[in-house]
Design a protein around this ligand. Structure first.
Ligand code: HEC
Ligand code: HEC
Length: 438
């Protein structure tokens, strides 16, 4: 009896394990079809924002250049890669790959850029074509939150420019400001900010690579009190499952921020509600322009954002932080691990394995010894404990919301001063070795 029972139990556990394994293979145990749908949205959906980037700002004209029906010199592939745009190698036909690798493709000709757009090969950018004529252009989440791996090189194309997509990785090469500044008509942005186009271009060009200013269009603050740009780094969009509040300053949940960005930053067509933006003192521009209640009367049939939010959320939750490689046997890493949750007290806030606090993961600037400027631009007026998974993928551009610490050693030195940790040089280097494995 006992034996039979055991056999039966083993068979049952075996069956359950097989089902779980199959689910895990489909992608983190979630709904595989929804995750695939969300991935498509993340990579390819403009939410109708070409009405803004193309039709209004006329960015497509600057890309095409005057010879191809646009304005100015046009954007060659060389220029596109120089401002950090990435090319999806898997979207390129084999013959073209061979041509690029033999140096047979003109990387100085905007016509090549248009051809790449037509193949849907420029990560995060979609061209709208009428025949060969570029009629408009839209952007996607992947523009800022994907990059490509090092798998492809060719004459004139260093590794890391063309390759396989890495979704969720922050594109710290991307100079968003320089790209927007190319747009021939920035009058809408200038009017919104109550300034002229030359000033708008100056602000955009002050951001630099890997940065964007999501709050500029709410409060009009382009520069910090010390005169430096108010833009913040693009954070990774992986490793966020289980994390309560998102963005550097904890604006809300993942689906909150997705709706915010798709409506207010990308200018897709949808519905958005947040009465916190009606505060005319903190958010004068948002309050004046009713950003707290976008398209209240939009017909559900015309809403190109809201129906995408559920699957997009599932996809983001499925993106685990990448691992730099197994280094658990490394002694420095082991010592760093001990310090992290021991004498250095990092784990008090960056709680393993979320690497942020379960619960209300917010702190005043003073608690981590920094100024309150960026915190004061968000509803909670605080900083969110940044999740640390996959840190090795976004060392370019520095650390903390504005990249004020160029290296992890600068970060650790900062905590050493701030929290009076008294770490030795060896302990600091152990802690860094550990941080790079998270
Ligand atoms: C133009 C670049 C850009 C685009 C396009 C963009 N983002 Fe972001 N994203 C940012 C920046 C910059 C932040 C940080 C904002 C802040 O803290 O003020 C951010 C923050 C986030 C976060 C918070 C991450 C965290 O650490 O909690 C998520 C999630 C996110 N974006 C998802 C998306 C999705 C989904 C889309 C498409 C609907 C999108 N983003 C489009 C630049 C961009
Ligand atoms: C009091 C809570 C708290 C403690 C303790 C703490 N941190 Fe942080 N940490 C934060 C907050 C908040 C941020 C985000 C700061 C910002 O947005 O500018 C952050 C950011 C970071 C970042 C930058 C992440 C990025 O994406 O740029 C690193 C790295 C980091 N912490 C490492 C550590 C280490 C190592 C320790 C221990 C020596 C530690 N932290 C202790 C709250 C804390």
């Amino acid at each position: 009896m006992r034996i039979r029972n055991r056999v039966w139990k083993a068979a049952l556990f075996g069956a359950v394990a097989a089902v779980l394994a199959a689910q895990a293979q489909r992608g983190g145990g979630g709904d595989a079809q929804k995750i695939a749908e969300g991935r498509k949205t993340f990579r390819f959906d403009t939410f109708g924002d070409e009405a803004f980037w193309g039709d209004t700002l006329k960015l497509h004209q600057a890309i095409a250049g005057s010879k191809l029906g646009g304005v100015g010199a046009g954007v060659s592939p060389k220029t596109a890669l120089a401002v950090g745009l990435k090319v999806d190698a898997e979207a390129l036909p084999r013959t073209l790959v061979q041509q690029i690798q033999s140096g047979g493709v003109n990387l100085d000709d905007p016509a090549t850029t248009l051809a790449l757009l037509k193949m849907n090969a420029v990560v995060g950018v979609t061209g709208v074509f009428d025949g060969d004529q570029l009629k408009s252009v839209g952007i996607q989440c992947a523009l800022c939150h994907s990059t490509v791996d090092q798998s492809f090189t060719a004459p004139g194309i260093p590794a890391g420019n063309v390759g396989r997509r890495l979704d969720g990785w922050a594109n710290r090469d991307l100079n968003v400001g320089a790209i927007i500044a190319l747009a021939p008509d920035l009058s809408v942005v200038a009017n919104l900010l109550g300034t002229d186009q030359a000033t708008v271009r100056q602000v955009l060009n002050s951001w630099g690579p890997g940065k964007f200013d999501a709050e500029l269009f709410l409060d009009g603050k382009a520069f910090r009190p010390d005169g430096k740009s108010a833009a913040t780094l693009i954070p990774p969009a992986f490793g966020l499952a289980g994390v309560n509040l998102h963005t550097w300053t904890g604006w809300g949940s993942i689906p909150y921020w997705n709706a915010f960005v798709a409506n207010l930053e990308m200018h897709g067509k949808g519905r958005f509600f947040d009465p916190r933006l009606n505060d005319a003192v903190q958010f004068p521009i948002a309050a004046k322009n009713h950003f707290g209640n976008v398209n209240p009367d939009l017909s559900p049939d015309d809403d190109r954002i809201t129906p995408k939010l559920a699957a997009l959320h599932e996809y983001q939750l499925s993106l685990a932080a990448p691992k730099a490689g197994r280094q658990a046997e490394n002694l420095a890493v082991q010592r760093g691990d001990q310090l992290f949750s021991g004498r250095a007290r990092c784990n008090n806030c960056h709680t393993e394995p979320l690497w942020t606090e379960p619960g209300w993961n917010m702190h005043k600037g003073a608690e981590v010894c920094i100024d309150e400027f960026q915190a004061s631009r968000a509803p909670d007026k605080a900083y969110r404990t940044a999740p640390l998974g996959g840190l090795f993928t976004h060392q370019k551009g520095g650390f903390y919301h504005d990249g004020r610490f160029a290296t992890l050693l600068d970060v650790v030195n900062h905590y050493d001063d701030c929290m009076r940790l008294g770490l030795s040089a060896g302990e600091k280097s152990d802690l860094i070795a550990y941080l790079l494995t998270l």
